[in-house]
Ligand binder design. Sequence first.
Ligand code: SF4
Length: 391
Amino acid sequence: MPGILEKLRILGEAAKYDLCASTASPRAHTPGSIGKAVTTGVCHSFLPDGRCISLLKVLATNSCIHDCKYCINSIRNNKDFKQTITSFEPDELAKLTMAFYLRNYIEGLFLSSGVGKSANCQAEIIHETLHLLRYKYNFDGYIHAKVLPGIGKDELFRIAELADRVSLNVELPNKSRFNETCSTKDYANDIIKVSKFLPEMSKTGHIPAGYTTQYVIGAAGETDKEILESIFKFYNEDWNFRRQYYSTCLPIDETQRNLPRSFFLREHRLYQIDWLRRIYKFSPEELLSVVNETGFIPLKVDPKVTIARENPEFFPVDVNNALYADLMRVPGIGHTSATRIIKLRNKGVAIYKNEQLKTIGVVLKRAIPFLKIGEKKQLTMVDFQKTEESD
Ligand code: SF4
């Protein structure tokens, strides 16, 4: 039976594929140096006030009854790779969290888990851990708890009463892709039915930091179009997911880890589309127009630039008169720079030089072809394409 530090090593390492706001860096550890980015155990999350906090990130157990082929903790991979199977006792993990918290190592807990004996049995263990933290140790810090596939409504509500945020990983964008990767879970019952409990819980004031989900990219033959259709559904008002994360499926065998760069770029492009939907408020139809005939987002061009090029009627945007929403459509202008432009204008400052835009954070190279500054329209679109091609 592993000791507590060994359990922490195993269950911290096993949790690294679950995303909250950050993930492990691929930078190798040099013997004799301080710190190790590959081995995980701590992740970060952002509070509504923008503060970044550190969370102890572990599994309650790495035992799982399911056979998801992309997961190192699945019943088949646990056997094939002769993993040491272990679990935290609820009080053991609660004490560990408190010990780290009191030493100022962490400000909260991200607790995920394999599905040990069954979803509801494991949920009971997670609930007991959170209950001990909240009521035995009076822990008022941040808790993010993983929702197990197939969990019952009552069990989920009991966890939601104690957690700040929960996440249910949909993993694949639809039933047929889901079935390509797992034979033991049922998409309708274990994922969709459980997801429908989440908006109800949130409306009753539980999980104040909302709920999120995660996709594993490239685990089946899914296209970006299928993923986008799924994420737009989960961001709409009926489902109201706070965030969706994308994690490139890493081959489980360490010897196969040389993934092509395009896989990570694919993940990056999905995050860009996600931002364009959530923050920039582009419509699903506009964003779906970016995918090519094979159903993928082109890797070479930033999707915001593609949309701008395909909708020339919106441009040029007059920097001295445009609404915030129109400024946000310009490549190279984000929320911060659009807000600063409006603030400057409200103070009566006219913007007539590129330098003014540069100092407030506009990425000039991207933005200029789409802007009108004073009476002057900047580079033409043809000029801009030439500058991109010459890079
Ligand atoms: S249910 Fe979760 S922990 Fe279990 S095998 Fe699937 S992905 Fe892994």
